[in-house]
Each structure stands twice: as C-alpha cells, then as structure tokens.
Design a protein around this ligand. Structure first.
Ligand SMILES: Cc1ncc(COP(=O)(O)O)c(C=O)c1O
Length: 361
C-alpha cells in the first residue's frame, strides 16, 4: 500500500480490510451484461487464480453474498438431519445456530474460547455419534484469533468414507494454505473482504464432487444458494443470478496482483506479520489464543493491563488507525489487530509504535 495515497483511516479490523487503490479504481469501470461474452471472459479469467488459492482442480463458485449466506447454503445443500459443529467462538457457534434455524438436528463439541480443536476430540465425538453426515469447522475463528488444525481435522474426517467436511476459511484464505483437494475438504468458503483484500459483497467457495452428489438428492436446497444451480451456470461461465459485476472486476485485478506476488510469498508475508504481532502482544499485553494456534490473518491481543477500549479506539482513530474491538463476550478483555490482505511490515511496525505510545507500553 502506497503511504502517500493513504488519505483515510487505515483499517486494522478483521474485515473489511484495506483495499489497494489499484483495485478500488476498477470498481468504476463501466458495466457489462452478465449473460454476454464479456462477462464470461471475466468469469473464466478468475478461475485459475481462485483454484490456485483453494488448491483445487474443481470450479470455484462466486456468490454475490456475504459469507453467512454460503454458510447457510452448506447446511441446506448437504445436511439431511445431523451435523457436527466444532465450536470455539462466535462464528463456529453461528454455524451451529444456522443449522438449528434450518430445522436440522445439529450437535456440537466445544472448547473454551481461545483454545483450538485437537483431532482426538473429533474422533471421539464421531465414534459416539455415527449418524453425523457433515462436520463443520471454522478454520480461523475470527472472534478469538485461533487457527484450528485444519489438516488434522480433515484427516479424521477422511477415515469415514461418507462423512463430509465444510470449512469456513473466511479469515484464513490466502493467509495460509487450505489445500482442499489434497485434504479432501468438501466445501471451503470465504468472503472476499478479508485475506483476499477485496471489498465485501462476494463469497468464493468450492464444492467437492462428493458433496455435489449429496446435494443432488437433498430436498429443500432453496433457490438462491442451490449448489446445482452454481454448477450448471459455471458450465456456461456465469452465475445463477445477477452478480455484483463491479466486484468481479476487482476480483480479477486482485487475483492478478496475488499471482504477481506469488502465493508462497503471500503466505510468507502473512506468517511474518503474524509472528511480529504475536511477539509484540506477548511482550507487552498478552496473546489470547493458546500457544501455537494463533491465526495468520489477525492477532487477538489480551488486554491484560485493562486499558479502556474506548480511549484506545478514540486515540488510534485520531492517529488514522482503526483497530478491532473484542468480539462478543471478549469485549474489554481483548482487542484485535488484523494483518490480512496487502499490508506491509513497515505499516504494522508503525501501528505497533502508535499503540505503544497511546497505551504507554
Ligand atoms: C470466521 C468467520 N466466519 C463467518 C463470518 C461471517 O461473514 P459475513 O459477515 O461476511 O457473512 C465472519 C465475519 O467476520 C468470520 O470472521
């Protein structure tokens, strides 16, 4: 991000994140019809970059919706009755509630906020509940800053041939690999306003062949988020309904920028930013997630000194920075520094200096 053009408060909240001016600029490109050849070209141009980020040979669908819409779609398309939710914070809990609201009979296993899941816990729950059809995992639990061990969880699911795995990668995608094909993940989804460094409004998701087979015979899939409709329209290089065309322009440009950076370099940058933010948090205030399980896209800082959040927020805004408040029951106890998207180490260092000054650390 070019410091010279930073004329607005810089977002360090866990979404929406800062969007590069080069990407913002294309939002004002004149529109095209979504059933014409220009849109097909635009749609197809996004596929290779998206597939690389997901680690899949499958199509990557693009819904004009926030991520919660596709979270609900996973339930409606894939669960007849019983889902199992790994709950460790507000967003994993939300998926469990969605399943109930959709009339399913979900069960959950829980760990304390700040803790991550371990594979044996899931294995035990699946042994006790052999009727579970789908496991739901929130990879990076944005409310606590915990990164769950996706590949370990996927390995437990893989031992059961008919069991499906849905993964919310909203605050992890493009900060760390998800490798969906290698790990036999059935649905992986993410809103674009986080690690992808785009405005909100689109959700990208992949659906495995197995999951698509299950969806085919699922009654009541609904209309807007019917996986089969996404597949059918994908075959014609389009979306089931009118997409946010302007956001597709932004998606194409951002995927080109990600390709230029290189995915490995992008992961490395996120790991370095996360390492710096965690080290600072541990030294000055406290790191909320348990050791070894912190997200790469954000750092959830434990406010051990009890500094007043409203004062911190107001002072940081005066200095041109917007931090993330603690989420739900963690308000006051934590605050969050998101470092996903296109942020640099220099800008993170400058932010940490400002926080040190404001909090007298
Ligand atoms: C992990 C996670 N899942 C789901 C959501 C919901 O996303 P949206 O608000 O785009 O529907 C969020 C939003 O912050 C999130 O962080």
């Amino acid at each position: 991000m070019n410091e010279a053009v930073q004329s607005h408060p810089r977002l360090w909240i866990p979404g929406p994140v800062e969007v590069d001016p080069e990407v913002l600029e294309v939002l004002s490109t004149p529109l095209i019809g979504h059933r014409g050849p220009e849109f097909k070209q635009l749609y197809d141009a996004c596929q290779p970059g998206l597939r690389a980020i997901f680690g899949t040979e499958r199509p990557v669908f693009v819904a004009t919706s926030s991520a919660t819409g596709v979270m609900e779609a996973c339930v409606r398309n894939l669960v007849a009755k019983r889902s199992l939710h790994l709950c460790c914070g507000a967003f994993s809990e939300r998926w469990f509630e969605i399943a109930k609201e959709c009339g399913r009979e979900p069960i959950k296993i829980e760990v304390d906020w700040g803790k991550a899941f371990r594979a044996p816990l899931l294995d035990e729950a699946l042994r006790k509940n052999p009727d579970v059809e789908v496991v739901f995992l929130t990879h990076s639990e944005t409310s606590t800053g915990v990164l769950n061990p996706l590949f370990e969880v996927a390995a437990v699911v893989r031992q059961r041939p008919k069991l499906l795995l849905c993964v919310d990668a909203v605050s992890s995608l493009s900060t760390t690999p998800v490798d969906v094909d290698k790990n036999r993940i059935d649905v992986c989804l993410a809103g674009t306003q986080k690690g992808l460094g785009l405005p909100p409004g689109l959700t990208v998701f992949h659906v495995s062949e197995r999951a698509m087979e299950v969806a085919k015979s699922m009654p009541g899939r609904g209309h807007y988020f019917d996986f089969l409709a996404f597949q059918k329209n994908h075959e014609g290089s389009s979306t089931p309904t009118t997409p946010a065309v302007s956001l597709f322009y932004a998606l194409r440009v951002q995927l080109e920028r990600i390709q230029r950076e290189g995915l490995d370099a992008r992961y490395r940058r996120h790991w370095q930013l996360a390492a710096r933010a965690r080290a600072w948090a541990k030294e000055r205030l406290g790191l909320f997630p348990e050791d070894g399980y912190a997200s790469y896209g954000l750092t959830c800082v434990e406010n051990k000194k009890g500094f007043d959040w409203k004062t911190l927020d107001a002072e940081m805004r005066k200095r041109g920075h917007v931090l993330g408040d603690g989420y739900g029951k963690l308000k006051g106890k934590t605050f969050r520094v998101a470092h996903m998207g296109d942020l640099t180490m220099d800008s993170l260092e400058a932010l940490l200096d400002e926080i040190n000054e404001v909090m007298g650390l």
